[in-house]
Write a protein that binds this ligand. Sequence first.
Ligand SMILES: *[C@@H]1O[C@H](CO)[C@@H](O)[C@H](O)[C@H]1NC(C)=O
Ligand SMILES: *[C@@H]1O[C@H](CO)[C@@H](O)[C@H](O)[C@H]1NC(C)=O
Length: 198
Amino acid sequence: MLKMPQVLLILCLAGATHALYKQWIPDTNYENKTNWDKGDVPCGSDRVQFSSQRKVSVFVETTHAVQEMMLPMDGEIILNSGAGFYVFSGQDPGCGAGVRTKFKDSESLHWYNPALWQAAATLNDLQDGHFLFSVHEESVPCQQDDVIFKALSSFRVDTTSSQTTIPVKSVSVLGKVVGILLAVTVGTLSTMNGSAVQ
Ligand SMILES: *[C@@H]1O[C@H](CO)[C@@H](O)[C@H](O)[C@H]1NC(C)=O
Ligand SMILES: *[C@@H]1O[C@H](CO)[C@@H](O)[C@H](O)[C@H]1NC(C)=O
């Protein structure tokens, strides 16, 4: 049976004339409630926990109140300009009794998972949410495609595969090209404002 990268290579070669914009869907943003095990962004009565065993990369866009925060041993919290945390003493009236909430593990999100990409014919279509519904496997970027990561977001992308390099045309953060890469070899893509791709 063909492995995923091999299937993709065949699909990429077959459709080589159609260059598309492909956007990575998941983010590791603090403000995205899907990243929390309780399904909500923590508020002032909550106790926030990052897994101590995992390397996390979390973008924080605004200021948040917390009751307590347990930080990871290894990782980065990327603060937007003006963003931050403060400790709320007592119960936050808008938050209820408070819960212990955990930031979810995002390490298993793989580059070759077609469900994690959305495709559009133009950059405008991508920004306006006019996505193409194509054959599932074609959602993963091919070498002629422009890869887009949302601005003001952090990401973790698992790029381990049998291939040593992943060919794409370019990698951008919402329109700003941060690097023309013939090979994406990163294990972690942590991006804030277009100036930092590691
Ligand atoms: C939050 O994350 C989910 C799942 O990764 C994603 O589908 C959604 O677009 C994100 N929300 C925002 C506002 O970006
Ligand atoms: C982008 O990030 C870099 C490094 O984190 C910082 O030096 C720079 O001021 C930021 N630019 C903007 C426009 O926020």
